[in-house]
Design a protein around this ligand. Sequence first.
Ligand SMILES: CC(C)(COP(=O)(O)OP(=O)(O)OC[C@H]1O[C@@H](n2cnc3c(N)ncnc32)[C@H](O)[C@@H]1OP(=O)(O)O)[C@@H](O)C(=O)NCCC(=O)NCCS
Length: 157
Amino acid sequence: MIIRKFKAEDIDEVEEIEKEAFKRPYPRNLILGLWTMYPNCFYVAEIDNKIVGYILGTLDFGNGHIVSLAVRKEFRKKGIGTALLKTLENYYFNVLNCGYIVLEVRVSNIPARKFYYKMGYKDRKLIPKYYEDGEDAILMIKKNPNSNVRRLIITLW
Ligand SMILES: CC(C)(COP(=O)(O)OP(=O)(O)OC[C@H]1O[C@@H](n2cnc3c(N)ncnc32)[C@H](O)[C@@H]1OP(=O)(O)O)[C@@H](O)C(=O)NCCC(=O)NCCS
């Protein structure tokens, strides 16, 4: 498996994985628009020329924000999600020296929550009715372990 930056020709496979993974997938144009704005925050995992997972992030007020992370069903529980997340974390924490990474996850998405707990994320707060279908989100957060900059986190978080 290799982890590499997203390229425009990967979009069909990324869209396929996004649709398989989420009830309300992000539209293709939104994914491409975020990539245009944050080209260093989008990585794919590839096995034998097939995209098996991806991670897409943005920057919010100088902090990392994970927008979407998904692995093809048949490739889950093999460490691919971990490898993708570590790649983006390295960019946020060690290249940009971000103070924090944040993300939203459905309250009902227990596998993803367990995954993020294992990766050192903590529940920060509940965001009621965050999703279009009315489900609440949990905002999870991880502090940069290498940063001793005591930045204030904005009150939104
Ligand atoms: C969340 C997701 C990206 C994890 O990817 P993955 O490649 O399966 O994760 P990994 O193999 O790296 O798992 C690392 C650890 O996370 C935890 N974990 C992962 N999947 C889990 C599950 N289904 N149930 C419980 N714990 C789980 C385990 O602790 C695992 O370590 P272990 O294998 O030693 O037990 C994947 O399940 C997925 O694509 N889900 C659908 C999309 C989604 O919900 N994305 C996140 C939304 S914010």
